[in-house]
Write a protein that binds this ligand. Sequence first.
Ligand code: FMN
Ligand code: EPS
Length: 388
Amino acid sequence: MRFLTSGESHGPKLTAIIEGFPSNMPIDKERMEAELIKRQGGYGRGRRMKIEKDTFTFGAGVRHGKTLGSPIMIELTNDDFKSWTKIMGSEPLTPEEEENMKRVITKPRPGHADLVGGIKYNARDLRNVLERSSARETAARVAVGALCKELLHSLDINMTSRVTQIGEIKDEGEYSYSEIAEGANQSSVRMISDEQTKKTEELIDTAKKNGDTIGGIVEVIIENPPVGLGSYVHYDRKLDSKIAGSVISINAFKGVEFGMGFKLAHTPGSQVQDEILYSSEEGYTRRTNNLGGFEGGMSTGMPIVVRAVMKPIPTLYKPLMSVDINTKEPFKATVERSDACAVPAASIVCEHMVAIEMARAILDKFPHDNFEELKQAVEEYKERTKNF
Ligand SMILES: Cc1cc2nc3c(=O)[nH]c(=O)nc-3n(C[C@H](O)[C@H](O)[C@H](O)COP(=O)(O)O)c2cc1C
Ligand SMILES: C=C(O[C@@H]1CC(C(=O)O)=C[C@@H](OP(=O)(O)O)[C@H]1O)C(=O)O
């Protein structure tokens, strides 16, 4: 399975083309759109999310609620484009229009892609860079991920996500899968307890008042993955590494860990390795899940637990110092309308990037011209691995 996205943040549309899905797979479009709405939410988002309504249309590949096996095209409209038709239109500008363009960006924001992108693509209006480097594009990726979640759902593999830390505020509680799935979805910051939600909202308010921004940590959990996805036989077939790469591809994500993650550095092996159990009903399981569902780059069959850190948003309403690329003089960086904290939204993006890698691993492993064939192959494999 492969996919491409296209679209600028304030351009007319975002699109994705996905190739390699089986035919006859049922799709619940409303459930997919609910994921996109979740990505728009979360405390700390800026005004843009009030303008957009992230519904989408299937332009190809789906008929009567089922996939055809042909490339699937998903299209989202940027409602904000109405206010940007001159600035973001595809028609050339007249010399006067060019002269009067008030919104040429020449003061790159530290931490965003503006300066390096400008140098690399020879873009003297840094808008040409920020439009595509904007995380608006993650809406298209969540749409692709939601399609992948439809596939996983049909194979009885479920996943959820939450925020475990924003700024200094951490949620270190022990929760069941369903508590996380419900709790995170009810909270404005996708953390579990009411008390933490309130404290976190205050923290975000304070950052916003100070013209500052905050990052945090998100967690993704997959229940019931088949054992043996990915492979140890070659470095580029390890599924944990593919997931890590996909997570780090999300705008502003800077670190990723599995299971106990960085705590592994100071925990002795006897308290790390997950002891092996067997029962005829469940097959092979583990007493613990410290390694987050991976051994040798392959899924162990235990829940997959991925955590990742998002840096604070680069655009600051109290901007840091930068340099004007025309005059080379020091200047405060450009201020674009911006989020103060997007960690809750990013937890949804992270969940969907992991869904994409999971779906890809399943489609790599099992025959999948049509959904019936795929489902049967997965069920037979699960039965075989249980009795190994
Ligand atoms: C959901 C989400 C929303 C974001 N919103 C903003 C924003 O409003 N303003 C901003 O400057 N950066 C925002 N970012 C982060 C930038 O897109 C990101 O820092 C930038 O593309 C540079 O990439 P890098 O941080 O990975 O180096 C957001 C990221 C995500 C995942
Ligand atoms: C549009 C989205 O996020 C945007 C990501 C973003 C950035 O620089 O990454 C900057 C902001 O864009 P704007 O200036 O249009 O408000 C965010 O709103 C979105 O998540 O759909």
